[in-house]
Design a protein around this ligand. Structure first.
Ligand SMILES: [Zn+2]
Length: 144
């Protein structure tokens, strides 16, 4: 069975239909995490009109993130936050956007580092000379 590491603890990840899993069926749930047996269960087979959602793949991927976040909080010893569905769902929904923003910011940092390495720091368009004449700025070789 496929497993994921949650802070060093392996959790089995199972996908099934609501009809094949009593807990998914009885709770009309999209997923659940059983910390006692280290199991994350995600519904991957819905009725076509489930919650009137047009894209159940997006819903399933969000459910995977949601259950993983529950497990991360639990394995961190944050059992109160672990049970806070609002916080868990907020992280599950925002995580892809946060990761994308971090990636873009790190790429900007990498580009800045690369430019600094080759001495391509830019200075202001023009600087005033001591005689009051403007001269054109040139790239600087100075490092911070
Ligand atoms: Zn939850």
């Amino acid at each position: 069975m496929p497993k994921v590491s949650i802070l060093g603890t392996d959790y089995e990840v199972q996908f099934s239909s609501a009809w094949d899993d009593e807990l998914l069926n009885s709770n009309s749930s999209s997923g659940y995490t059983d910390y006692t047996i280290k199991l994350i269960k995600v519904c991957s087979d819905y009725a076509k009109d489930y919650m009137n959602l047009a894209d159940l793949d997006i819903h399933t991927r969000n459910t995977i993130r949601h259950e993983i976040i529950h497990a991360f909080f639990y394995e961190s010893g944050l059992s109160e936050i672990c049970q806070n569905e609002e916080i868990v769902e907020w992280i599950a929904l925002q995580m892809p956007k946060i990761l994308l923003t971090c990636k873009v910011a790190e790429e900007l940092y990498d580009a800045q580092k690369e430019n600094t390495r080759y001495g391509v720091q830019m200075q202001p368009e023009a600087e005033q000379t001591s005689k009051g004449k403007a001269r054109k700025a040139v790239p600087s070789n100075e490092c911070y």
